[in-house]
Design a protein around this ligand. Sequence first.
Ligand SMILES: [Zn+2]
Ligand SMILES: [Zn+2]
Length: 256
Amino acid sequence: MLVDSHCHLNFPEFKQDLDLVIKNANDQGIKYMLTVNTRLSESLDIQSIAEANSNIFCSVGVHPHDSKDYNDSSLIEKLKNHAKHPKVVALGETGLDYYYNNSDEKAQIDCFNMHLDTGIELGLPVIIHTRDADTDTISCLDEHPNAKGVFHCFSGSTEFAKQGLDRGLYISFSGIITFKKAEELREAVKFVPLDRILVETDSPFLAPIPHRGRRNEPAFTLFVAKLVAELKDISLEEVAEATTKNFFTLFDKATP
Ligand SMILES: [Zn+2]
Ligand SMILES: [Zn+2]
């Protein structure tokens, strides 16, 4: 049994065939999914997907790309209200993306800090998206030593993974680890201890090899887990068991 710890099932790419996508995932042994919020305008859509499917959980939060639209303190009340929903098990995705810089850095930092504060207050983990922003990400985390969470779709260095691990975070690997040029990232997979690893698709984006370039879907979590097993020289069953346990330990509001 595997869990896709990060997908976007409300995105238009799944409009036509979501039920089939969920069935495909279940048929491949991906028993649970966490569908992640990127804009508050989509929170209710996401919650309705989680309500309709007992094996799907969801989050509430604002992606760093969109933080310019949500960086006043009213965000905190909105996050708290949505977090009352029984299927909302995490905040995010939030974080810092200085590669695209779709929102200015200050707006991203303010928004990230509000998620971290709220996560601590509610006891919920925070799903962290971070790209080209290692130093500021770590400073925000160091201002919130009690925050728990995950670096999702990890694409950083082994050193950055270590900085996250040292702060109690989990590291979630996606289909990027299957890409030809991701040699350094595969070293990070070997480095991160099995009891701190999650697997995800970030679908509909970033389909792993052999599906690269096509729509990604939760069923493809299997390709990520298989490569993690190969890199760590252990069985797929061990990876499945550990990552599932890790998921329910981190997202402890979710019940299997
Ligand atoms: Zn992300
Ligand atoms: Zn995402």
